[in-house]
Write a protein that binds this ligand. Structure first.
Ligand code: SF4
Length: 702
């Protein structure tokens, strides 16, 4: 139509980048997002007026030139490897869906349902993730469904389920994290990864709160800290157990809380006994007096927030690290009251809801309901007319091994980019190449979609309706400001049509209708209706069991989520990381994020404003180490591990120990996962992204 006559659409919506869940008004015109403006304060519970650079300038990807606009089918002569746009031909929706149906059902006929897997996406809505796991369980009949939550906080979820009951942040961003007396932040580069939340912390610190940062890198937040302590990557259990020991030995623990609200305290005391300040210093390089000082500050503060992210979780000891933090919070009585609590900062906009609560996971049903619970299985069978498979399926990293082992033959990926996000991506690439059939549903031809047989064009978050759940368990509305380009469709609609092709007439009348089904099957979302979300502009925090339930701002006020209502101390065992640096690979590589980019970069690498700030990957090297290696700032260097090698720019900067280097995770060129190894935490199956032994050499050294 005539561009001058087309209207500007305004949508009050939730940010599609990080899990802080900032709300703002998105303005759209002719398929383009033309502006982002603050929303009314009564509908911005997490961010007041603020947004970060990604929220404000990060929506240009929506009308990027290479958005997928039609379904694509791999050309006959294109082979099995990765191909660009030329390796595909355009197809109609009917033909493309037919192809997906044929591809998946032929495999099912030959090898059974268990030869199929589904990968869901935390970038999509709750409703879409619910449908994605339903597609796997009801339509395909496979237990193998997982998503990227496996790669970020699965260890958090596993540890918090064992100790306090729910695998989620216990408190609110503004009223609790923003108002506490004391912070222990560890393994979270908050200013880069959760910028608006970091701003709240900094404001509160300016107003007098104590901030303690334990981290291998002297991150931005460290500048504002009362105490910054450098840790050794992978040695966290030692210093956290050491703090617990010091607190208990000096009678600084909350005795009444421990007595009334917890179990197994004696086992904890026994386990932490060896971790004297001197012993901790020996194991971790955390000076004894720094350890005891921090322990004292935490134990004597009225309220304390324990904040963490991937620096704690992405280890083979990930679950143990989080168990130790949970024990520390319990010992000091920092749960079940305002301005205190356990705050895992979740990553993706909807990883708490879509990746966790909605159950696209191989080890539980939606709402963390047990696969072994007959009553629950019956409830799903009644609603779906089909019992969900009740054996535990393959976790995400296991899926890729199962493909190369010949056990998985077909995969359906919704909005995930394993070719950059899996550890040791060489293995992921080989796996995708070996698949008999791969369908990828996404908004771009991602590095992973290049391996697909069929590519289905999806709508972005700016183009559809639904809900996201942010890191504080708050369910908030998502609304469209622009139309999807060409023939692209919301993931929900594509799944619906695909199910229909398989003979399942889901027939949902929009996302509110899907939420109806969620209300009836997922108790913690029992009262989260669209009607209420229209009225309560601040969203609803789960658990919210029925329509009269106002939701739960902070967890465990009266009871922990166990039958007896008591929290459990689960002592954390200490273990060295599996592979320490050696002569051949003398440096420890850690990974992370930068403010201007998002995960595998499929969106942010298409936004000019953001690319201007950080256009390519880099490796941060300490000046002393750079001198020793003969490396200059801004020079390209080779980084090698036992798995592979990459070439990236050197960024000489004294933020970590000279023996530690750092590379961000957002880039295709110089992708860090060429280097990482396939080592998993035995409880949660989270990969050890944070510790890899490497060597760095100038390019002119062979
Ligand atoms: Fe979006 Fe997170 Fe930035 Fe808020 S802090 S604008 S939710 S990326």
């Amino acid at each position: 139509g005539d561009a001058r006559l087309s209207r500007v659409e305004k949508a009050e919506t939730t940010c599609n980048y990080c899990a802080v869940g900032c709300r703002f008004e998105l303005y759209g015109k002719d398929g383009e997002v033309v502006g982002v403006r603050p929303a009314e304060p009564e509908s911005t519970p997490a961010n007041d007026f603020s947004t970060c650079v990604k929220g404000k300038f990060g929506y240009d990807y929506v009308d990027a030139e290479d958005r997928l606009e039609t379904p694509l089918i791999r050309r006959e002569d294109a082979g099995d490897g990765p191909v660009g746009r030329d390796g595909f031909r355009e197809a109609s929706w009917t033909e493309a869906l037919e192809r997906v149906y044929d591809g998946l059902s032929e495999i099912r006929k030959e090898h059974g349902s268990e030869a199929l897997s589904v990968i869901s996406s935390s970038k999509t809505t709750n409703e879409e993730n619910f449908l994605c796991q339903k597609f796997a369980r009801q339509v395909l009949g496979t237990p193998h469904v997982d998503n990227c939550a496996r790669l970020c906080h699965s260890s958090t979820v596993a540890a918090l389920k064992q100790t306090v009951g729910y695998g989620a942040m216990t408190n609110r961003i503004n009223e609790d994290v923003g108002e506490t007396d004391c912070y222990l932040v560890t393994g979270s580069n908050t200013t880069e990864s959760h910028p608006v939340l970091a701003t709240r912390i900094k404001q509160n610190v300016r107003d007098g709160a104590e901030l303690i940062v334990f981290d291998p890198r002297e991150i931005g937040l460290a500048e504002h800290a009362d105490q910054y302590v450098r840790t050794t990557p992978g040695e966290d259990v030692a210093w956290i157990n050491g703090m617990i020991r010091y607190i208990v030995k000096n009678d600084l623990h909350d005795e009444a809380f421990v007595e009334e609200r917890t179990k197994h305290f004696d086992e904890l005391v026994e386990k932490v006994e060896p971790f004297t300040p001197e012993q901790v210093e020996e194991l971790t390089a955390v000076p004894a007096e720094e350890l005891t000082k921090a322990a004292e500050t935490i134990a004597t503060a009225d309220t304390c927030i324990f904040g963490w992210a991937m620096g704690l979780t992405q280890h083979t000891t990930g679950t143990r690290n989080v168990l130790a933090i949970a024990d520390l919070a319990l010992v000091t009585g920092n749960l079940g009251k305002p301005r205190a609590g356990l705050s895992p900062f979740r990553g993706q906009n909807n990883v708490q809801g879509g990746g966790g609560d909605m159950g696209p996971a191989p080890h539980n049903l939606p709402g963390y309901q047990d696969l072994g619970d007959e009553e629950v299985l019956e409830k799903f069978a009644d609603e779906w007319g089909e019992r969900p498979p009740n054996d535990v399926g393959l976790r995400l990293p296991e899926q890729f091994h199962a493909i190369t082992d010949g056990d998985l033959h077909g995969t359906f990926i919704m909005g995930e980019n394993p070719v950059l996000s899996e550890p040791n991506i060489d293995n992921a690439r080989r796996a995708l190449e070996e698949l008999d059939f791969l369908a990828v549903q996404d908004i771009f031809l991602t590095e992973s979609a290049e391996y697909a047989d069929v590519v289905l064009p999806a709508a972005s978050a700016a183009e559809k309706s639904g809900t996201f759940t942010n890191t504080e368990r708050r369910i908030q509305r998502v609304r469209p400001a622009v139309e999807p380009p060409g023939e692209a469709k919301a993931d929900r609609k594509i799944l619906d049509q695909l199910a229909r092709r398989f003979g399942y007439d889901w027939d949902y009348d929009g996302p509110a209708d899907v939420m109806d089904e969620i209300n009836s099957l997922v108790p913690i979302y029992g009262g989260v209706t669209y009607e209420r979300l229209e009225e309560q502009t601040k969203g609803i925090q789960w658990p919210c069991f029925d329509e009269d339930d106002p939701g739960t701002p902070y967890l465990y006020e009266d009871e922990f989520n166990f039958e007896d209502g008591k929290a459990r101390f689960v002592p954390a065992d200490y273990a060295n990381p599996p592979k320490m640096p050696d002569e051949e690979y003398p440096l420890t590589l850690s990974s992370g994020r930068v403010l201007y980019h998002w995960h595998t970069g499929t969106m942010t690498r298409r936004v000019g404003t953001l690319m201007n700030h950080v256009p390519e990957s880099f490796v941060t090297i300490h000046p002393e180490m750079a001198e020793q290696l003969g490396v200059e700032n801004d020079e390209y260097v080779r980084v090698q591990s036992r798995q592979g090698e990459i070439v990236v720019k050197a960024n000489v900067e004294g933020t970590s120990d000279p023996g530690v280097v750092f590379i961000p995770m957002h880039f295709r060129q110089g992708a860090i996962n060429e280097l990482t190894e396939h080592e998993l935490d035995p409880t949660s199956y989270i990969p050890q992204y944070k510790v890899t032994s490497v060597r760095v050499t100038p390019l002119d050294v062979p």
